[in-house]
Design a protein around this ligand. Sequence first.
Ligand SMILES: [Zn+2]
Ligand SMILES: [Zn+2]
Length: 236
Amino acid sequence: MKFVLDAHTHTIASGHAYSTLLENVNYVAEKGLELIGITDHAPAMEGSFGSAYFINFGVIPREINGVKVRMGVELNIIDYDGNVDLPDFYLERMDYAIASLHPPCIPFGTLEQNMNAIFKVMENKYVKILGHPGDPRYPIDCEALVKKSAETGTLIEINNASLVPNGFRGGSEKYIFDILKLCKKMEVPVIAASDAHFCTHIGDFTYVEKMFEQAEFPEELVVNRSVEEFEKYITK
Ligand SMILES: [Zn+2]
Ligand SMILES: [Zn+2]
């Protein structure tokens, strides 16, 4: 399938990523994607820019070199009640938020603790995407997760970086395969994302595509096929 957008990318503002916003956008323009989402890590991640970075997105044009640009954040879930590291004041002024479980921002929880955190964050109206579920260090109940996504409309992300061999979230594929099988059965859409920390990884869905093939996942349940479809989810 043709992926027209990548909604999860990082810039130097994350502290451990190495391209600027404009380098990301220009790479995407060259590659031919229609839309990029810039989602730097929120302040609880060591080395990320402080909260002030997230307040001035109004100055950034939402179209640059023919590419639609959306400005968001990758929030850190900081406790098992699903609290995140930027207040609503910031979230209501940006285009959308992703929320994810990351060490060291939250310890590896039990299945119950992780699911509680995930459910609560999916009920947060500013969180449109649950970032990279399936990290085996944070065990989850895939069926409960997919049901919750159907209920709240919060998209489950299928993260290419989680599937890179010997990557930081090695072992994610088992959960991701189960999530895809369940989403297919229950007709729940997902979003694919690169989670690029350098511009040349943006729009690289190599491993996601392999998983889609293995799970025989239907194209019409992949939000990346259309900007319009994506916008429906982030503006709902
Ligand atoms: Zn992340
Ligand atoms: Zn990320």
